[in-house]
Design a protein around this ligand. Sequence first.
Ligand code: ZN
Length: 260
Amino acid sequence: MRCAIISDIHGNLEALQAVLADAGEIDEIWCLGDLVGYGPEPNACVEVLRSREARCVAGNHDWASIGKMDTADFNPEASEAAQWTGAQLTPEHRAFLEGLPVQLQAGGMGEFTLVHGSPRDPVWEYLTHVSAARLNFSYFQTPYCLVGHTHVPLMFQRPWPDDRAADYQTVVPEAGTPLALGQHRLIVNPGSVGQPRDGNPDAAYMIYQSGAAPQGRGGGSGGRGTLTLRRVTYPIASVQQKMRQAGLPSRLIMRLTYGW
Ligand code: ZN
């Protein structure tokens, strides 16, 4: 099984198309929320993901855009973009966003939990630091949990077999280098397709490649597959032009240039 793990598309159709083209032939798309908000083409992004039968969970911007979440805690630009997005969405796409679950299980053996923010608080908590990540490992049962929301590619690794706080690790994945899945439990963030915030403006996502079927009794530790971070260039200026035409806040337009 080969899957594209994408998150935080934020209505950026060019970035989404570039990522799907880069992924090539895949069996499934797993989407960790924030399909819309910020970017100029929310309907087209929802359309692409529906037509590809992506497995999606809800993000805070999806909920804010359809009025399912109050934007009082959003910054002014995010709130303005959510209002704008809500006015664009077709009734059909609103209903689709409304119906998204906050958590899903995926993978050939259901080994991945998918949420937007964190397993403890699926739509809102930001997992930026290992201390918060550590507390979250008891909130999901699968070996691996995939999260988005921070727009920064990152992995948190639980030590094995002991649970000593000092042994938890934060790993910044390197694009193009496959990470072998093994006995360690992980919380993994693939970064953002449509609005990267790690200083690299290229769209970010991950490829999951499942391992070969275990051979003989007991299987073996090498059969769990790999995760690979990928970065993809896309026509940023074209997206920015559409955002200007839509009258979206200039700070949101500028940040795409720098990936912050
Ligand atoms: Zn987001």
